[in-house]
Design a protein around this ligand. Structure first.
Ligand code: ATP
Ligand code: MG
Length: 176
């Protein structure tokens, strides 16, 4: 899987619609403290299914919605779109969208079709990436890996080994 484009609207500090094209090769994001570099990584992780408000550095999930500033009113929704290609055996192009509205929770779409959170989790788990993937290393994460409990470290290793999707399917099968 290769992420080609990231679109944000109303997500954290990205109040205006932003369209970031990610070219082939190495991409660096630079800027002063507080300009939104970590928010970009969080936008990726959130769209891939992150559901812990704490790991999004908020108290509630709705805290990802632009909260307003002295000069701009808050927004009532946040939406992020990830366009990726080289997905699946045919290398298809896939667009994953997550949207959250105040008081209405969040919803996902894949290629314009409403899907469950689980479908998005499976898509990224099969591509060996995702909200908790060790491929997404956020600030303070290195020290967290070092001090992780054995069970947590095992989950990281399983994700790295690309078998996390199997656990999702097993849980699903057991609940039938
Ligand atoms: P550093 O270099 O210090 O790591 P950074 O570029 O990673 O900084 P971020 O942590 O991504 O910066 O951005 C923090 C900024 O995002 C803060 O100014 C904060 O006020 C703003 N922010 C976070 N959540 C929201 C929100 N819901 N609404 C508006 N602004 C927000
Ligand atoms: Mg940061």
């Amino acid at each position: 899987m290769r992420i080609r484009r990231l679109r944000l609207s109303g997500f954290k500090s990205f109040v205006d619609a932003s369209d970031l094209v990610i070219e082939q090769g190495l991409t660096g994001v630079v800027g002063p403290n507080g300009c939104g570099k970590s928010n970009l990584l969080e936008a990726l992780r959130w769209t891939m299914g992150e559901n812990s408000a704490r790991s999004m550095r908020g108290a509630a999930m709705e805290d990802v919605i632009f909260a307003g500033t002295a000069t701009r009113p808050p927004r009532d929704f946040a939406e992020v779109s990830i366009l990726a290609d080289e997905v699946g055996p045919e290398g298809e192009e896939v667009e994953v969208v997550r949207r959250i509205e105040r008081g209405a929770g969040s919803a996902y779409r894949i290629n314009g079709r409403d899907v469950r959170a689980k479908d998005v989790a499976l898509l990224f788990a099969d591509a060996a990436t995702g909200a908790h993937s060790p491929a997404l290393v956020s600030q303070n994460r290195i020290s967290a890996v070092i001090s992780a409990k054995p069970a947590e470290r095992r989950a990281m290793l399983e994700e790295a080994a690309g078998i996390a999707g199997l656990h999702v399917r097993r849980r699903d099968a057991e609940n039938r």
